[in-house]
Design a protein around this ligand. Structure first.
Ligand SMILES: Cc1cc2nc3c(=O)[nH]c(=O)nc-3n(C[C@H](O)[C@H](O)[C@H](O)COP(=O)(O)OP(=O)(O)OC[C@H]3O[C@@H](n4cnc5c(N)ncnc54)[C@H](O)[C@@H]3O)c2cc1C
Ligand code: SF4
Ligand code: SF4
Ligand code: SF4
Length: 328
C-alpha cells in the first residue's frame, strides 16, 4: 500500500508536484505540513499510519482527469463581463462578483482563495463577503489553495465551499471528487483561472530589487503576450517572462490546461478588452450562478468576437503542445 514515502519519492521529489495542497488536507491526522514550499511529513513519523490516503488523494498519482484535448474544452457559453464596482480586481472583477453573488444567495458559505502577504500569494479561507473582496487581484506565485480544505470544514464548519484556483487546482479538486475523498462533498462550486504558466515569487522579488521597484509601491502585476509587467504609480516596467530568473516553476512545463477546462466557470483576461473578464461557462451549475449574477445591474456583459475566441484556442493549443514536447 503506497503511503507518504511513495508520494514523496514519486511525485514531490521528481518535481511534478504542483503544490496544490490536497495531500495536506487529506491526512486525517493533520500530519502533513507545507515546509519550505513542499508538502512534508515531520521527521518524527511515529504517528503516520502509512494509510495511503495522502498518496491516493494526489491527482498526479493516477491517470490525470483531462479536458477535451482540443480548443478550450467543453463550454456552454462564452462572454466578456465586467463588475462595475471599485476594487483591486485583476481584470473585470468577475471572480469576486461571482463569489459575492453566490454568498449573498447562500449557494456557498465560504471559499478557498489566495490572499496576499504583500504580493506573495497565501492560501486563505473566506467566511464572509469582506474576506471574498479582500482576496481580489492576481498574486503570482504558487498558492497551495487546497491545503485549507480540511481546516475550512473542520475548524470553520463550512460545507458549501467555492474553490478558486488555476487549472492544476481544479484538476486536483476533480480527482478528490472522483475518488470520493470524505471532504470532497463540501466543494459546491469551482472557478478556474486561465493560466499560461506561473511565476516563482522569488524571481519576482529579485526582479523588483534589480529594477529598484519597492513591493509596497506596486499596484498591479500582469502577464500578457509573454511579457511580465509591474505597474507602480505612473510607471510600468515590462520584461519578457522568460527573462525572469527561475520564472516558471518546473511543474508548469508539463501542464497542458490553459483555461481550467474542468471548472464550472473559467475566467481570464485573454479574449476581452482591458478591464473586462473572459467568462467560460461550462456546466449547469456554472450557468445557474452566472445567470443570477447577470441580472445584477452593476454587471455588464458583451459578446466576444470570433477572432478573439480563435486566438484563445490557438494559445491553449500551444500550451498543450509545449506540455506534449516536455513530457516526450
Ligand atoms: C498564476 C496565474 C496565472 C494566470 N495566467 C493567466 C493567463 O495566462 N491568461 C489570462 O487570461 N489570465 C491569467 N490569469 C488569470 C487572471 O490573472 C485573473 O485572475 C482573471 O482574469 C480573473 O480576473 P478577475 O478580475 O475576475 O479576478 P478578481 O476578482 O481580481 O479575483 C482574483 C482571484 O484570483 C485568486 N488568486 C490570486 N492569486 C492566485 C494564485 N497565485 N493562485 C490561485 N488563485 C489566485 C484570488 O483568490 C481571487 O479570488 C492567471 C492567474 C494566475 C493566478
Ligand atoms: S497518516 Fe496516512 S495520510 Fe497521513 S501522512 Fe501518513 S500515510 Fe499520509
Ligand atoms: S496532492 Fe498536490 S501538493 Fe500533494 S503531492 Fe500531489 S500535487 Fe503535490
Ligand atoms: S501552468 Fe499549470 S501547473 Fe503551473 S500554475 Fe498554471 S495551471 Fe498550475
Amino acid at each position: 500500500m503506497p503511503g507518504y514515502e511513495e508520494l514523496e519519492s514519486r511525485i514531490i521529489q521528481t518535481g511534478i508536484c504542483t503544490v496544490c495542497g490536497s495531500c495536506i488536507s487529506s491526512c486525517p491526522l493533520y500530519y502533513l505540513r507545507m515546509i519550505d514550499g513542499k508538502p512534508k511529513r515531520p521527521k518524527n513519523k511515529a504517528a503516520c499510519k502509512n494509510c495511503s490516503v495522502c498518496f491516493d488523494s494526489c491527482y498526479k498519482t493516477s491517470a490525470e482527469i483531462k479536458g477535451q484535448g482540443h480548443g478550450i474544452g467543453h463550454y456552454q457559453r462564452l462572454v466578456a463581463a465586467k463588475w462595475n464596482k471599485t476594487g483591486s480586481f485583476q481584470d473585470g472583477g468577475i471572480v469576486t462578483a461571482l463569489l459575492k453573488c453566490a454568498h449573498d444567495m447562500e449557494l456557498i458559505d465560504g471559499a478557498l482563495l489566495s490572499n496576499g502577504e504583500g504580493w506573495k500569494p497565501v492560501p486563505s479561507v473566506a467566511t464572509c463577503a469582506e474576506d471574498l473582496i479582500a482576496s481580489a487581484g492576481t498574486k503570482y506565485g504558487v498558492s497551495p489553495v487546497l491545503m485549507n480544505l480540511r481546516p475550512a470544514i473542520v475548524e470553520h464548519e463550512l460545507d458549501k465551499l467555492a474553490v478558486v484556483g488555476t487549472p492544476c487546482h481544479i484538476q486536483a479538486v476533480r480527482h478528490l471528487q472522483k475518488i470520493k475523498l470524505d471532504l470532497s462533498p463540501a466543494v459546491a462550486f469551482t472557478i478556474g483561472l486561465f493560466c499560461s504558466g506561473n511565476i516563482a515569487f522569488d524571481g519576482i522579488t529579485e526582479h523588483m530589487s534589480r529594477m529598484g521597484v519597492r513591493e509596497e509601491n506596486v499596484d498591479r502585476m500582469t502577464v500578457s503576450n509573454g511579457k511580465f509587467t509591474i505597474r507602480a504609480g505612473n510607471s510600468n516596467t515590462s520584461i519578457p517572462v522568460s527573462d525572469l530568473k527561475n520564472w516558471g516553476p518546473h511543474h508548469c512545463w508539463f501542464c497542458a490546461d490553459h483555461t481550467s477546462e474542468l471548472a464550472d466557470i473559467s475566467i481570464g483576461s485573454e479574449g476581452s478588452p482591458e478591464g473586462w473578464s473572459t467568462v467560460v461557462i461550462r456546466t449547469e451549475k456554472g450557468e445557474d450562478i452566472f445567470s443570477k449574477l447577470e441580472s445584477y445591474p452593476e454587471v455588464s456583459t458583451s459578446n466576444i468576437p470570433t477572432n478573439e475566441v480563435e486566438q484563445l484556442k490557438l494559445v491553449s493549443g500551444r500550451k498543450r503542445e509545449r506540455a506534449r514536447t516536455e513530457i516526450a
